[in-house]
Design a protein around this ligand. Structure first.
Ligand code: CP
Length: 311
């Protein structure tokens, strides 16, 4: 792998290799080993054109645990405000000897443009990791979600997984669906109002439900999503109370899932909109462990791209 732009088309073997590598980093931290030298001497540049709490911070922690030097570009204070293009910005950072760019952008496809540009200028030594582009893909979130599911449920081939909410605007849903179907999950469901579901879901191998209780029946894993208003551009929305009544996860609705079902959410959560506080903080929620698994998943991706861990 030179870049990680999407999970679409990534093979089952490669996904397992990344998850196995991430698990090896998890067991290191169990033994209190905080740092490994795999990226010593390398520079990782975080360039986030959209806000982030979890992804940016865990990428920084992950890179530091691999002994890389980390630069966080402050986009608001950068020369993009003076009209510098994304590719000119990248070229200038590459001239500062960047080895890896972790990029988040509100435009779907921005990391692809960067990767194509690197190919054109024959810089195969520089790697791009997509940290979320528009509504298209969030591959490392998909990977940390798979690491979480494998940790709690062990065997993907025995699972029913439901993804609930604003699928239309969700890059996480797309990356999760690609990973879950590739890893052999036999039943992936999406649950949401028609207006928040994209076309083409059946071709992606998922089952569509509009009734949340029906969709949650007997599932092993529930992945909740927030309403991504920043990508709705004035579309008519239900009131938050109305949305919560139909698609908010409450203890009453959770009871339709298997008793040992886990509740996931990529964050940020909106309490009382897509998830009740007592569920978000309850014994079935693994929302904060997801964040911790994000460090190991991102370490694995960076280590593999930099050539230190096969694939
Ligand atoms: N899950 C996720 O991408 O969170 P942030 O927007 O805080 O990075």
């Amino acid at each position: 792998l030179q870049h990680l732009l999407t999970l679409e088309g990534v093979s089952c073997d490669t996904l397992h290799h990344i998850l196995n590598t991430a698990e090896s980093f998890l067991s290191l931290s169990d033994h209190d080993v905080k740092k490994v030298p795999l990226l010593r001497g390398k520079s990782v540049f975080n360039i986030f054109f959209e806000n982030s709490t979890r992804t940016r911070t865990t990428f920084e922690i992950a890179a530091k645990r691999l002994s890389a030097d980390v630069v966080n570009l402050n986009i608001e204070a950068s020369s993009t405000s003076k009209g510098e293009t994304l590719l000119d910005t990248m070229d200038n950072l590459a001239a500062m000897h960047a080895d890896m760019f972790v990029v988040r952008h509100n435009q779907s496809g921005a990391p692809y443009l960067m990767a194509q540009h690197l190919n054109r200028i024959d810089r195969k030594d520089i790697h791009i990791i997509n940290a979320g582009d528009g509504r298209h893909a969030h591959p490392t979130q998909g990977l940390l979600d798979m690491l979480t599911i494998r940790h709690y449920k062990k065997d993907f081939t025995l699972l029913r997984v439901a993804i609930v909410g604003d699928i239309l605007h969700s890059r996480v849903a797309r990356s999760d669906i690609h990973a879950l179907t590739t890893l052999g999950v036999p039943e992936v469901r999406v649950i949401g109002p028609q207006t928040l579901l994209p076309s083409g879901l059946a071709q992606m191998g998922v089952h569509v439900y509009h009734d949340m209780r029906e969709g949650l029946r007997d599932v092993d894993v529930i992945i909740m999503l927030r309403l991504q208003k920043e990508r709705m551009h004035g579309a008519l929305l239900p009131s938050e109370a109305e949305y919560f009544a139909h698609y908010g996860l409450t203890t009453e609705k959770l009871a339709y899932a298997r008793p040992d079902a886990i509740v996931m959410h990529p964050g940020p959560i909106n309490r009382g909109v897509e998830i009740a506080s007592d569920v978000a903080d309850g014994s079935q929620a693994v929302i904060l462990p997801q964040v911790s698994f994000g460090i190991a998943a991102r370490m694995a991706v960076m280590a593999i791209l930099a050539g230190g861990h096969g694939a």
